[in-house]
Design a protein around this ligand. Structure first.
Ligand SMILES: Cc1cc2nc3c(=O)[nH]c(=O)nc-3n(C[C@H](O)[C@H](O)[C@H](O)COP(=O)(O)OP(=O)(O)OC[C@H]3O[C@@H](n4cnc5c(N)ncnc54)[C@H](O)[C@@H]3O)c2cc1C
Length: 437
């Protein structure tokens, strides 16, 4: 165990800082238990890539990234057990080397498993990552260890729990046999792709739509499982396409001063990067997950029931196309689909949902980015739920209306953490608790 004293914690986006008294790096479960037991206020952090202020803000911090071993495989059950600080990319590579996959992956591979699970991280056309847990060890506020399996009722509270019920220590994932996806990508007008969502969800194994605000276009990505030997007409487009994020950053440089420049930038970006088609194949990880990002960004994301999505989408589009509008939205708005589950704080609790991302490519000026407010107002009006790791203003009053199990979760949290050890100032507000931070 290593301890640094009295330093400053800085988020990946460099827009959240906190002073801490002790920052630990650990490599064993026993070390983690001892630190939790002896701390008054503690947060665990992974790769610090959340936009929400959830990973720090306590006197004691633990950097979980060195707690990152693969502990075991069970070939008969296709399960893998890992320590929670492992980076997702490393986990997936290990899983693929066994000929397995986790069948729904987010579009980022640098996050830790602990961070991903705590915040309800998801991909598309499948379930939240946390739904693939079959067993985990949770370190409770008193430092004791609780093993939770998928048969325990507690699992539905723990799968998505923001690190406020305890610290996820070791995790066992259920995997499936690896498959090859045949991916096709190309632009479509909004009036073409929007009515086809349900039909496409039935027809394809993978569906994601990158909506390009202020252009009336979406970029539709479909994937179908094929025999790995099947020949396809591979076309990865021009090598120039890999500069999309850099070009966006340049074109959006002054959009915090002149927001309307965004709509011009989006038209240029559409022509340069989204107007062609592509075709390729690979595993879900190889073919659909972004492996490198040149720069930071700030994110919001909202979810809404599949049946409500078309009207919410039309309302958002109408709002941002008004002359009086101040919300100009950077590309793309990522539209994905999550199947229903039973996790109390999951966006997809007992309901199939559509998720819609909203990005600001200028992390430093995200506080003045009107789009985050507009998307929140519209989605909240229809009972939408925000992504726990991303930007939103909603608090306890709103969550008690949109989450059926909100009060149950709060009661359980108080029982497991009676001294509010795991709450930082931001989470204290979210749960409407009174605490001395
Ligand atoms: C470029 C980018 C792309 C993204 N793409 C997606 C996507 O496709 N889908 C999606 O759903 N999300 C996506 N996200 C959000 C991302 O998955 C979350 O922000 C995730 O939490 C980041 O992991 P991290 O390791 O950086 O966690 P951190 O930000 O460091 O921590 C997140 C939370 O997890 C808690 N935590 C960490 N480890 C543990 C543990 N062991 N036990 C208990 N709590 C713990 C922390 O206390 C904190 O509350 C994206 C984010 C970025 C920046």
């Amino acid at each position: 165990m290593k301890q640094n004293k009295n330093g400053v914690w800085l988020s990946w986006n460099e827009n959240i800082t906190y002073n801490y008294k002790s920052l630990y790096t650990i490599s064993t479960e026993e070390e983690l238990q001892e630190i939790v037991k002896n701390s008054e206020k503690i947060r665990i952090f992974g790769n610090k890539q959340s936009s929400a202020d959830i990973a720090s803000g306590a006197a004691t911090l633990v950097d979980i990234k060195s707690y990152n071993k693969i502990l075991s495989y069970n070939d008969a059950e296709k399960t893998i057990t890992v320590q929670s600080g492992i980076i997702l990319g490393d986990l997936i590579e290990a899983v693929e080397a066994k000929g397995w996959c986790i069948p729904c992956l987010p579009d980022i591979n640098t996050i830790t498993i602990g961070g991903a699970l705590a915040t309800g991280t998801h991909g598309t056309s499948g379930k939240l990552l946390s739904e693939y847990i079959t067993k985990c060890n949770l370190i409770l506020a008193d430092g004791s260890l609780k093993e939770i399996t998928e048969k325990d009722d507690l699992i539905n509270a723990v799968r998505v729990s923001l690190g406020v019920l305890g610290v996820l220590s070791t995790i066992t994932f259920k995997c499936e046999s690896i498959y090859t996806l045949h991916v096709k990508e190309g632009p479509e007008n909004d009036n073409e792709w929007l009515p086809k969502i349900k039909e496409r969800l039935k027809k394809h194994d993978f569906l994601r739509i990158l909506w390009i605000p202020h252009t009336d276009k979406g970029y539709v990505i479909t994937g179908d499982k094929i025999n790995p030997e099947t020949e396809i007409n591979e076309d990865l487009g021009s090598s120039f396409l890999k500069h999309r994020r850099k070009a966006s950053k340049i074109l959006y440089k002054y959009t915090h001063i002149f927001p309307w420049l965004t709509s011009i930038a989006n038209k240029i970006l559409y022509q340069g990067f989204f107007s062609g088609t592509k075709e390729h194949k690979g595993s879900l990880y190889q073919a659909t997950v972004t492996k490198s990002r040149g720069s930071t960004l700030e994110l919001a994301e909202w979810t809404i029931g599949l049946d409500d999505f078309p009207k919410v989408f039309e309302e958002l589009k109408t709002e941002i196309n008004k002359w009086s509008n101040k919300s100009f939205i950077h590309i793309p708005m990522d539209i994905r689909f999550v199947y229903s589950d039973n996790s109390w704080l999951s966006y997809a609790y007992k309901k199939e949902v559509v998720t819609m991302g909203c990005v600001s490519r200028n992390a430093a000026t995200a506080d003045t980015y009107e789009a985050f407010k507009t998307i929140e107002n519209i989605f909240l009006k229809y009972g939408g739920k925000p992504h726990w790791a991303k930007r939103f203003m909603a608090k306890d009053a709103e969550f008690s209306k949109i989450y059926d199990k909100w009060e149950d979760f709060k009661t359980l949290r108080r029982k497991l953490d009676p001294t509010n050890k795991f709450l930082n100032p931001y989470l204290t507000e979210i749960f409407n608790e009174k605490t001395n931070n």
